[in-house]
Design a protein around this ligand. Structure first.
Ligand code: ZN
Ligand code: CA
Length: 418
């Protein structure tokens, strides 16, 4: 009801509705609150960005546009008090589809990118899949619904990310991309539509995006607050650099005076950025959803850097999207099988080998029948036939499963120890 009313207001009263409900992103306000709470945060973020810049320095000239896409598990925590805040599965799926289109550059309106910007338009080729297993390997739809007594949430605080405060705890952010959907408290003449947390060198249980329920989903329309906030989670700044003619740390985005609202007419020249002017159609500006349609090459590779350096590179090899079977032995989704275990059965000293087809990272896990992990390793940048020996004798006799996962395949075998 409320959502319908809101949509009607926007349509029927045009400019008036725009000024009373001007949507904004709360990421920078949230960051300044976090910096007050944690005096080390500034240094921690600088250290992380130094590592990220090192990765960019090495990888900047490699052709990432031809690289295979990355798929990472996503979990939606829907925190609701009123029924319309409890957005439907269909809305969440539609949101993921439009997020994936934007992050893979397959959005239908990419055709509207101004000709002068077409060559530098790019995407990180990141896709999200709804989680198919919980952090402790239980079946899940990837959508958690929490009814709460709180009627709204301050956008610059993290209360919605904690069960103890009426929200819902994050799922291990090194394995899942967390999104919280809730009613963000209305501002005076503006509405915070989304808030993101930038990455740093240590995993935080608050990493992810918060989206206001009125700006999430959109079965019949495009909703791009999620695209903008995911951009921040992957370390992108606002295109105007949060300062007059500021620096967004991306060399192929032009400087621009300030954020743009509505749907500006191209070109919109500020900060001596003529003749092409502001790249206001960039997802990291504030224009209407129907007027934004691109990231640049510089933004795409910066986003990819986050998924290639610790701690969030582990999202690439997470098994969070692989559905759980009825037991550990059924829990196999074999897409490719070069995995060999020998001898098998064994006395606990096993060897395994598999063929590496592309130079991505592989996650190796061995679990007992209860699903508890008894061995884990991650290997990077190898090629050819990979071999390793493991001693499992201390874990006792019985059945185990070994899985070898990379960004798009999972291989599994049963191991018997007598
Ligand atoms: Zn923002
Ligand atoms: Ca720039």
């Amino acid at each position: 009801m409320k959502k319908t009313l809101f949509a009607l207001l926007l349509i029927s009263t045009g400019a008036f509705a725009q000024s009373t409900s001007k949507r904004q992103c709360g990421t920078m306000q949230h960051l300044s609150v976090m910096k007050k709470q944690n005096p080390q945060l500034e240094t921690e973020m600088q250290q992380y960005n130094q590592k990220l810049d090192e990765w960019l320095y090495i990888n900047l000239n490699q052709n990432h546009s031809s690289s295979v896409g990355i798929t990472i598990p996503i979990v939606f925590h829907v925190i609701y008090n009123k029924a319309d805040e409890n957005i439907s599965d269909a809305e969440i799926k539609s949101q993921i589809a439009s997020l994936n289109a934007d992050l893979t550059g397959t959005n239908a309106d990419a055709s509207k990118i101004p000709a002068v910007f077409k060559d530098i338009a790019d995407s990180p080729k990141i896709q999200f899949c709804l989680a198919g297993r919980t952090p402790d390997d239980k079946p899940t739809t990837g959508i958690v619904r929490i009814e709460t007594t709180r009627t709204n949430w301050e956008g610059e605080l993290d209360d919605m990310k904690f069960k103890a405060k009426g929200g819902d705890d994050a799922w291990d952010p090194s394995r899942y991309f967390n999104v919280w959907v809730c009613h963000i408290k209305e501002g005076d003449g503006y509405q915070i539509a989304g808030v993101a947390e930038f990455p740093k060198a240590t995993v935080t249980n608050t990493y992810g995006c918060v989206l206001d329920y009125r700006y999430t989903g959109g079965v019949n329309s495009i909703q791009r607050v999620a695209t903008h906030e995911a951009g921040h989670c992957f370390n992108l700044h606002h295109i105007w650099g949060d300062n007059e003619c500021g620096d967004d740390r991306i060399s192929d985005t032009p400087p621009q005076k300030d954020c743009n609202f509505g749907c500006p007419v191209f070109p919109h020249v500020t900060c001596n950025n003529g003749p092409n002017g502001d790249m206001f159609m960039n997802y990291m500006d504030y224009v209407d959803d129907s007027c934004m349609n691109m990231f640049t090459k510089g933004q795409a590779i910066r986003m990819l850097a986050v998924l290639n350096i610790p701690p969030y590179n582990s999202l690439k090899t997470s098994n969070g999207c692989t559905p759980v079977g009825t037991n550990a032995v059924d829990d196999f989704l074999t897409i490719e099988n070069t995995l060999d275990v020998f001898p098998n059965p064994s006395n606990g000293i096993i060897n395994f080998s598999f063929t590496i087809n592309n130079k991505s990272s592989y996650l190796i896990e061995i679990r007992n029948l209860l699903g508890q992990e008894v061995f884990k390793d991650i290997i990077f940048d190898r090629s050819g036939n990979y071999k390793q020996s493991v001693n499992l004798q201390q874990h006792g006799k019985g059945c185990y499963s070994i899985t070898v996962t990379n960004e798009n395949t999972i291989q599994a075998k049963k191991i018997v120890i007598y």
